[in-house]
Write a protein of this length. Structure first.
Length: 385
């Protein structure tokens, strides 16, 4: 057993009985479980937990049920198209844009279960593990921990270990992984792959940079929410950062974002998987300087994600509103425009700031919906090098 990863990896299946008992004994976990399943006595939930022998069994018994309920209550439907990956047995690293703290990876796993495919291991930042029970719960739910707030030296060591863990997960465990293309969500929905994510992935494995990234079987994944329930919170954050130079989000802010993302209305949600990029990686010049290689690979992943967005009427309407034109008016009706602009007004009303700059905030929210369309159009016209 490789003990190097013990601090960050999901629990092994044989560790689950002990962790289940710790969760069952935790009053905070009990309170949350009772709130999520109000019609089921907690002792019955505890017995069901104890009957789960593997992490996948636990996911199917609990997480699947919870996430299906969120999908039913807060969306008009969640869909996944992974026909670009014909192989159901191989392990892939799904690198995606990041919209919702919990549901990006959650909905993906639910849809994979429905297609009779194994769920993913999930990269999750330790800044979100606010309570001890959350840290235990996510590790039962096949998450591995991304350590944040470290010194530069600690960060290098932590990144190298995480990279080795991810290579081990893909290569030795044949277990797929989900990771966001950047640290944190793109607040303006202008999705770009951070080269630091690729550099981290290239720390583990064998050979040169291209060999190491090829070993990870990267499959870019585009996630498209018709509505982002956190749009008003993101806009609010833009104004706070503008007005308070050293503004930092608190744990309470993170909790509010998680809660709003879970319970807010999302409209249609679509996951579109691109083919694995190994063939394109093979065509790159191995002798290129590292910065040039990472730049080309991140641009490649961005193109794949941008070209696979699902574009909704709101994206077209927001783009037209910002440009002051009717360039995309054939893509929406007058009724859809009225409904979308009413939604924007309702979201603006939810922002609680003393010196609320409504024109600035409105522009920021519209930009969140226009940027995916802007990037989609560019990706569709660009021809890969």
């Amino acid at each position: 057993m490789n003990m190097e990863f013990d601090e960050i990896r999901p629990y092994h299946d044989e560790e689950l009985p002990q962790i289940f008992e710790e969760l069952i004994a935790d009053p905070a976990f009990r309170q949350v479980a009772t709130a999520v399943f109000p019609e089921v006595p907690f002792e019955a939930l505890a017995q069901k937990m104890r009957s789960c022998k593997t992490k996948l069994e636990f996911q199917k018994a609990f997480c699947y049920v919870i996430l299906r309920k969120f999908a039913k209550d807060t969306t008009l439907g969640v869909t996944l198209d992974r026909t670009a990956l014909s192989d159901k047995e191989s392990a892939y690293t799904y690198i995606s844009n990041h919209r919702d703290i919990i549901l990006d990876s959650g909905f993906l796993s639910v849809e994979l279960i429905d297609q009779d495919i194994d769920t993913v291991e999930i990269a999750i930042g330790d800044n979100l593990l606010i309570y001890p029970w959350i840290k235990k719960f996510v590790r039962v739910n096949k998450s591995f921990i991304v350590q944040r707030a470290l010194t530069m030296r600690q960060m290098l060591e932590s990144s190298a270990r995480m990279s080795r863990y991810m290579h081990h997960t893909i290569k030795d465990k044949n277990q797929s992984i989900w990771i966001a293309q950047r640290e944190g969500r793109a607040k303006d929905s202008n999705d770009r792959t951070q080269e630091s994510v690729l550099k981290m992935l290239a720390m583990g494995g064998e050979g040169d940079i291209i060999d190491r990234l090829t070993e990870m079987n990267i499959a870019p994944l585009a996630i498209s929410y018709e509505y982002d329930p956190c749009d008003y919170l993101k806009a609010q954050e833009f104004q706070l950062k503008r007005d308070i130079p050293d503004y930092k989000k608190t744990q309470a802010d993170d909790l509010k974002n998680m809660q709003t993302g879970l319970f807010g209305f999302k409209g249609y949600v679509h996951f579109q998987v691109s083919p694995c990029i190994n063939e394109e990686l093979a065509k790159l010049d191995h002798s290129l300087p590292k910065p040039e290689l990472f730049s080309q690979i991140s641009a490649l992943i961005d193109r794949k994600i941008h070209a696979n967005y699902r574009i909704y009427p709101g994206n077209y309407i927001a783009h037209d509103c910002l440009s002051g034109t009717k360039s995309f008016s054939t893509h929406y009706t007058a009724e859809e425009k009225q409904r979308f602009l009413k939604y924007i007004d309702q979201q603006l009303d939810r922002i609680e700031l003393a010196n609320k700059d409504v024109p600035f905030l409105r522009e920021k929210i519209l930009l969140m919906y226009a940027n995916p369309l802007t990037n989609y159009l560019v990706a569709k016209t660009e021809t890969p090098k």
